[in-house]
Design a protein around this ligand. Structure first.
Ligand code: NI
Length: 255
């Protein structure tokens, strides 16, 4: 069985001391591929560094909405240069976060649009962060024809209707630890309804540890718990779910 953790922040400082062990535990759990996702420029550089060092690890580079204010012309240019490295499989995570609003909303929108256009220029998919910003996220995705090279709604938290619209634009839907939480409700429906050829799994580690590790540091090996939960909800085997989601991830990231 092989799993692909499509969204992990192994570039986070929480992994500085034991990254090789974390990667080994992932392999032991059948997690043979991991996409390490940047959130600002230094973490994007670090993602690439990790991807160059370890087999089966890829880099996603970009500026998170929290750090949208840091995206000036120079950083945008540097991202474009970095994006041509073969280990860089997508631009992300980019998008809108109206929950914490760490950058002003208009700045977030501007950074989101600039990075969508960057991805289009280099023909790479995008990894989207949308928290409490469903309406504006959809507006921008549609207006920019952002699904042209595919992409991922990471840690999806929208409605089934939104999932359908995203899939029709060419995106895949990725689910993380929250699908295992006791208050998951709507997410359980999404996990059952998304067609198997549009579904991905991720950890978003070090955040969002699945049940029963909620609140602890998360790591890629635990994507297995997310996959097990979704497989059980859909009445299919873990192997079937792992196989389908890995094939989907390989297709999205063009590997
Ligand atoms: Ni993330």
């Amino acid at each position: 069985m092989m799993l692909f953790d499509t969204h992990a922040h192994l570039n986070d400082k929480q992994f500085i001391d034991d990254l090789p062990e974390v990667i080994n535990r992932a392999k032991d759990a059948g997690v043979t591929r991991i996409a390490v996702v940047g959130f600002d420029f230094p973490s994007s550089l670090e993602a690439l560094k990790i991807a160059k060092k370890y087999k089966g690890i890829y880099a996603v580079i970009g500026i998170h909405p929290h750090d949208a204010s840091t995206l000036d012309e120079e950083i945008l240019y540097k991202l474009k240069v970095l994006a041509r490295e073969p280990e860089v499989v997508a631009i992300g995570e980019i998008g809108l976060d109206y929950y914490r609003n760490l950058s002003p909303r208009d700045i977030q929108q501007e950074a989101f649009i600039k990075q969508i256009r960057l991805a289009q220029e280099i023909k790479k998919p995008i990894v989207i962060h949308d928290r409490d910003a469903h309406e504006d996220t959809m507006k921008i995705l549609m207006k920019e024809k952002a699904g042209i090279n595919g992409g991922i709604l990471h840690c999806f938290s929208g409605s089934w209707e939104m999932a359908r619209r995203c899939m029709s634009l060419g995106f895949h839907i990725s689910l993380a630890g929250p699908v295992t939480y006791h208050n998951a409700n709507r997410l359980l429906e999404i996990a059952k309804l998304v067609p198997l050829d549009r579904l991905l799994v991720e950890t978003d580690c070090p955040y969002l540890s699945p049940h029963p590790f909620r609140g602890k540091r998360n790591e890629p090996s635990r994507v297995r718990l997310v996959a097990e939960k979704i497989a059980a909800l859909r009445n299919i085997s873990l192997e079937q779910l792992a196989d389908a989601t890995t094939q989907n991830a390989l297709a999205v990231y063009k590997l």
